[in-house]
Design a protein around this ligand. Structure first.
Ligand code: NAD
Length: 294
């Protein structure tokens, strides 16, 4: 019997890659329900899985912020069970906090937090009844530590960490596993797809010059970070696959060790001072060094 996997956010990036990888598994171990908000974007996925067996992939519409869409997707799973649920849909929001509109913040929380919670809620009862199931979350280094100018995104991803850590304590009683895949920067369209705060409009005009300078330094840092340490999707997918195939995957799985020294500071200096100093240096001192060189 095939392992039934349902993935959210499959029109691009990690979701698309994972759907393709599982659907084209040589031993045909998986039946993949690749879901996406907008079915008009299914061409790329179809292109990538061309030639793979039709019995391993089905594409469904699913907007994680729409309860009706979610209920309909649940109904369309022929096997009437999902063995592995991958909550991957997510959006970023970047910019000085003062320039983040209420609407933009609400959208981030609707997708990243309430969308993830609703998706889990939809499949949780079935998994509990069967005393089996895995939930995998596309999480982030920004879910474990604050990143300047990503405050709202981090807040939303932190929320999901709290959600999953709390659930995990109960789920072991049901033979279920929940795993947060902690990704650093990954070469996907995430940067292109993320929302920018109102940096053109009136909000930025009113912003103090010091924050404006820091933000432009941050944007440079972000660019070089994506250039120098971003992982390829394939590398990250390996970690997802391990979690999907392991009998007892851990609560957290890291795709990269690059941020581990920063992450550890939270434990070694619980008052946060070491982390704040180190993160400030990490983001803002490279720019100074570059400035020195020129
Ligand atoms: P991406 O932008 O290519 O993928 C995100 C997907 O979510 C898109 O296909 C988008 O259409 C979908 N989505 C957005 N709103 C949705 C909704 N309401 N309903 C259903 N789908 C929706 O970027 P990605 O890098 O593949 O991101 C996947 C996940 O990985 C996200 O949760 C993101 O936060 C996380 N992540 C990415 C990075 C990175 O650097 N790329 C780093 C850490 C974590």
């Amino acid at each position: 019997e095939k392992t039934v996997v349902l993935i959210t956010g499959c029109s691009s990036g990690i979701g698309l890659g994972l759907a393709v990888r599982l659907a084209s598994d040589a031993s045909r171990r998986f039946k993949v329900y690749a879901t996406m908000r907008n079915l008009a974007k299914k061409e790329r996925l179809l292109e990538c899985v061309r030639g793979c067996h039709a019995s391993t992939l089905e594409i469904l519409q699913l907007d994680v912020t729409d309860p009706l869409s979610l209920a309909a997707a649940v109904q369309q799973v022929q096997e009437q069970r999902v063995d592995v649920l991958v909550c991957n849909a997510g959006v970023g929001l970047m910019g000085p906090l003062e320039t983040c509109s209420y609407q933009a913040m609400k959208n981030i929380f609707d997708v990243n937090v309430f969308g993830t919670i609703s998706t889990i809620q939809a499949f949780l009862p079935g998994m509990k009844r069967r005393k089996a199931g895995k939930i995998i979350i596309s999480s982030s280094v920004g879910a474990l530590q604050g990143i300047p100018f990503n405050a709202v995104y981090c807040a939303s991803k932190f929320a999901v960490e709290g959600l999953c850590e709390s659930l995990a304590v109960i789920l072991q009683q049901f033979n279920m596993h929940i795993t947060l895949i902690e990704c650093g920067p990954v070469n996907t369209s995430f940067l292109a797809n993320l929302q920018h705060s109102d940096t053109e409009g009136s909000a930025l005009q009113g912003l103090d010059p010091q924050t404006r300078t820091l933000y432009s330094q941050y944007l440079q840092h972000c660019q070089s970070l994506f250039r120098d340490v971003a992982q390829d999707t394939e590398e990250v997918l390996q970690v997802f696959l391990e979690a999907i195939c392991a009998p007892c995957p851990p609560l957290r799985s890291f795709t990269t060790q690059v941020f581990m020294p920063l992450t550890r500071l939270k434990l070694t200096s619980p008052d946060g001072s070491e982390y704040i100093r180190a993160m400030h240096k990490f983001v803002f001192s490279a720019g100074e060094a570059q400035g020195d060189r020129t």
